[in-house]
Design a protein around this ligand. Structure first.
Ligand SMILES: [Zn+2]
Ligand SMILES: [Zn+2]
Length: 212
């Protein structure tokens, strides 16, 4: 009997509990989408404030957002993911991975490679807890940028019914911003055009009932 390297609950064998293994796989799976989504946040001055901002904007805005630049740069998402992928190859005595071509592709390749070995990582790799922590922190850093800029305004619709590859539901709160025609989940980036709204409502009602 050992404990999960992430949440410290006891596990039969291995280094991550099933819940933390799934959370790690989900986070890895979102990485390519989040990398792309972050691109929209490179210029902090671009979007006019709609709601009242409590932070105020006294200083002149920077030409580019430095945290976003860092996350999208060589030491950011791609660096973290590729370092872990290289460590995985070393641990499994595999040849070093062949690097991808441009950064979006490299992020996707490294994340996919780690997901591919997720079972081995959680059951056989003592580094699993460190990996899970680092990916969670990375995910939180990105969410703080995307969440801080995309203020939740508009009509609250209910939990996003999009299903992840492992069968779990997204569950992030969906909102229809004023004047918009398409509902977009801020978390998983699934879009719901007006033609899908009836179905969307049914799914939300269904999921809300199930959760109750
Ligand atoms: Zn755990
Ligand atoms: Zn969603």
């Amino acid at each position: 009997m050992t404990t999960c390297g992430m949440c410290e609950t006891p596990v039969e064998h291995g280094y991550l509990c099933p819940g933390c293994t799934r959370a790690l796989a989900d986070r890895l799976q979102r990485m390519p989408r989040l990398y792309t989504a972050l691109g929209a946040f490179l210029a902090p001055a671009a979007a006019p404030e709609t709601g009242g901002s409590r932070t105020g904007r006294a200083e002149a805005p920077l030409p580019v957002s430095e945290p976003v630049l860092n996350l999208r740069g060589p030491g950011g998402m791609v660096g973290v993911l590729e370092d872990w992928r290289a460590a995985l190859h070393t641990a499994r005595r595999w040849h070093p991975p062949t690097p991808g071509v441009e950064i979006t592709n490299r992020v996707a390749l490294a994340a996919a490679a780690l997901i591919h070995s997720i079972e081995w990582i959680s059951t056989c790799w003592p580094e699993a807890g460190d990996l899970a922590h680092e990916i969670r922190d990375l995910d939180n850093d990105i969410a703080s940028i995307i969440g801080a800029r995309e203020r939740p305004v508009g009509t609250r619709l209910g939990p996003c019914p999009a299903e992840h590859a492992d069968g779990t539901l997204c569950g992030a709160v969906l909102r229809l911003p004023p004047g918009e025609q398409v509902v977009t989940c801020r978390w998983c980036t699934t879009t719901y055009p007006p033609a899908m709204w009836t179905q969307l409502k049914q799914l939300i009602d269904h999921d809300t009932e199930q959760a109750a």
